[in-house]
Design a protein around this ligand. Structure first.
Ligand SMILES: Nc1nc2c(ncn2[C@@H]2O[C@H](COP(=O)(O)OP(=O)(O)OP(=O)(O)O)[C@@H](O)[C@H]2O)c(=O)[nH]1
Ligand SMILES: [Mg+2]
Length: 353
């Protein structure tokens, strides 16, 4: 691929090579039935409302962060590879419980290895948010190297799933439709890739100006689209100018674990990245329980709230009362049905038959 000149004429040839490469990688990475070669993560039970994984080179301060933000102590030391397994802790954020996973440091090539490095990146796949932890005193290069490792195991950081509908069929050939103009790939390339995957009967609807790589991602189907924050630690050891420059970058938080600097802000940013809402439930005549919210993904409805409290609520549901941001009559209660979308910090009462 490096030897091939990039132009309109070679585009589809490159696409073909990319598809091949992706297929071989997938074979290498996906657990096969015989076992062996499988990239399984550390066996840590998920707990709380969400999971956040710490990925970084050795000695960047991952364990120090866990020890400072949770009640769990993870061994920290000035030498590399102090942490040898996954250590879970719990961040308590206004009643929500976020599992923070401290992981061993990884080095370049972690995704290819059979050992711990591979286990680390595989564990990252199970996270709702990934924190890429970086040493602010080291070169910018480290960030790109980590991104490559995560990319190689099928993790797509801060990206949405491409807006492509793909359906396998048994007959009828290939139906390819696009609702937008493709500027980064073309129909010929797409058709070549489909053929290289032996997909001769399928329906493809492309609704976004995707790249060839993104199309391959859709075909492979096991990609994980995970939000990510870049966390630069040890800003106590760099100049104010350098710190300001880093802090202004997108999806970036600067901290110092040692000085306890900006840690509360980091947790707020994690919460925002998780895209969750906290719903406080309230019994008739009582105050809402602000210490114990029901946590759900953004886009949740009253129906989800019912399911989050107790299954029996749904069968006997009459109506809900909502106080807060999603209520039109805030601060007064609004009477709502099952499809009402709830917002962060809403107070909800459910009335049953
Ligand atoms: N200057 C400075 N040093 C820090 C900071 N946070 C952590 N360190 C130091 O960095 C070293 C490594 O910290 P760890 O928390 O063990 O790093 P780790 O990322 O868990 O390392 P591994 O477990 O080996 O992957 C320790 O000597 C810490 O004291 C910080 O904010 N500033
Ligand atoms: Mg550690």
């Amino acid at each position: 691929m490096a030897r091939t000149q990039k132009n309109k004429a070679t585009e589809y040839h490159l696409g073909l090579l990319k598809a091949k490469l992706a297929r071989y990688r997938a074979q290498l990475l996906e657990p096969d039935k015989k076992g062996g070669g499988a990239g399984t993560g550390f066996d840590v039970q998920k707990s709380g409302d969400a999971r956040v994984a710490l990925i970084g080179f050795p000695s960047v301060g991952k364990s120090t962060l866990l020890s400072k933000t949770t009640h769990t102590q993870s061994e920290t030391a000035a030498y590399e590879f102090t942490t040898l397994t996954a250590i879970p802790g719990v961040i308590e954020y206004q009643g929500a419980r976020i599992q923070l996973l401290d992981l061993p440091g990884i080095v370049e090539g972690a995704s290819q290895g059979r050992g711990r490095g591979r286990q680390v990146v595989s564990t990252a796949k199970t996270a709702d948010v990934i924190l890429i932890m970086l040493d602010a005193t080291k070169s910018e290069e480290q960030r790109r190297l980590l991104e490559i490792e995560l990319d190689a195991v099928g993790i797509r950081l801060n990206k949405q799933k491409p807006d492509v509908v793909f359906k396998r069929k048994t007959t009828g050939g290939i139906t390819l439709n696009t609702t937008v103009k493709l500027t980064k790939t073309d129909e010929k390339t797409i058709r070549t890739i489909l053929a290289s995957y032996k997909l001769h009967n399928c329906e493809v609807m492309i609704r976004e100006d995707i790249t060839t790589d993104e199309f391959i991602d859709v075909l492979i189907g096991t990609r994980k689209y995970i939000p990510c924050l870049y966390v630069y630690n040890k800003v106590d050891s760099i100049s104010l100018e350098q710190m300001n420059k880093l802090a202004r970058e997108e999806n970036t938080v600067v901290i110092s674990c040692e000085l306890g600097l900006n840690l509360d802000y980091l947790i707020e940013r994690i919460w925002e990245k998780l895209g969750m809402v906290r719903i406080y439930t309230k019994k008739r005549g009582a105050h809402p329980d602000l210490a114990d919210p029901v946590c759900m993904r953004k886009g949740a409805t009253i129906e989800d709230v019912c399911n989050g409290i107790h299954r029996s609520l749904l069968a006997n549901f009459r109506y809900g009362l909502v106080w807060g941001k999603s209520s039109k009559f805030s601060p007064h209660a609004q009477k709502v049905g099952l499809t009402h979308l709830v917002a962060d910090e809403d107070v909800v009462s459910i009335f049953t038959k």
